[in-house]
Ligand binder design. Sequence first.
Ligand code: FAD
Ligand code: EPU
Length: 362
Amino acid sequence: MLLCDGSMGGATIGSMNVRVDAPLQAYNTFGIAAKAAALFHVQSVDDIRAALDSALWGSSRKLILGGGSNMVFTRDVDAVVLKMEIPGMSVVDETASDWIVQAGAGVGWHDWVRWTLQNGYPGLENMALIPGTVGASPVQNIGAYGMELQNRFHSLDAIDLRSGEAFQLDASGCGFSYRDSVFKHLPQDGGLKSQAVITAVRFALPKHWRAEVAYQDLQRKMDESGVRAPSAQQVFDWVVDIRTAKLPDPRDVGNAGSFFKNPTVTQEQCDDIIGRDPHVVHYPLGDGHIKLAAGWLIDACGWKGKTVGRAGVYDKQALVLVNRGTREDPVTGGEVMTLAKAIQTSVYERFGIMLEPEPEVI
Ligand code: FAD
Ligand code: EPU
């Protein structure tokens, strides 16, 4: 049952706080001003069931929102928005090789990484300081500094938003690949986007942990410090340092992290690009394909530090687009996408590669 509490657009459904015509600026790390038709603050699985039974639910479109750190709002969101705030962090099981640990979908990712380390369960430290929630982490199979979520994933709990049924998925059911999973594809394409809401995620963290330090930036930290056998806390601290030096803190400068995926090309395409610029940063994937650094391609086209309207290209990492407006007069999603398209065009004209955006554009 929907109960209005008399405040501006405020209401409760069961014990859940709901706001109609709700501002979203504080709920996306770009700091874009947009509104949601209705915003449900989901703190439990029961809240999701209450939402499904509510009058507002009906035939409205649905959007699931975590920390809004991988979203660009280009307009108001004519949808019921489920803002995931389900708490909880615990050890739920163990196998001969792993600790099985679980967090609620609304737990902050970095808080979760810190909790696992503080409680003696290393394994997530390479992914320290990634913004957003645990519930969103399987959606694009987050990754950083030589580790992807799928390397540590055990299983997840989700609710089908049409039937209300709870179900679990293991890694094979999630269809993970680079910055991709079933949660990014619509049901008509075999995916679960907007159909399933993730409520909790479990991770298998190794009892016999070894540092993963192959990524170039971590190798550099080892060389600089002389530490050859870093602890998990040491890797965590290095990753925090590296990220702080090259990525903008969304609390100071609005952004959504890497704006484009790193493209994968064939050897033939790579040879063609090396012919255009021999310095192109590229990594063989071992299957005959080669990954290119999108940041390098954008940088080589001269975009680093540029500003168009209130949208800009970060001056320390060309793969990151930023909000150069103010809180009162922020960048719009339209300005961000105009800049993104200009970058795509110039990279395509120079290197023959069409960059694909990474964040969800609404
Ligand atoms: P949101 O932006 O709220 O949502 C992202 C997508 O997930 C949307 O499609 C949404 O509908 C869906 N979703 C959210 N929660 C759920 C749920 N519970 N159930 C089902 N669907 C859901 N990403 C990386 O992989 N590696 C990085 O190193 C990295 N660095 C970043 C650095 C910065 C400064 C920023 C701003 C972003 C960075 N990102 C990085 C991107 C972002 O942090 C991740 O994609 C993160 O997982 C998004 O989490 P979120 O809770 O903010 O999700
Ligand atoms: N580079 C440049 N100029 C730039 C930016 C990068 O020349 O302006 C070069 C760097 O010198 C380096 C290479 O490009 O040789 C790669 O740069 P970096 O190590 O910073 O990583 P990235 O490929 O730009 C990816 C992820 C990040 C993740 C880091 C660390 C994608 C799209 N991005 O960035 O993820 O944190 O690796 O693993 O895969 C995100 O997804 O939002 C994100 C930040």
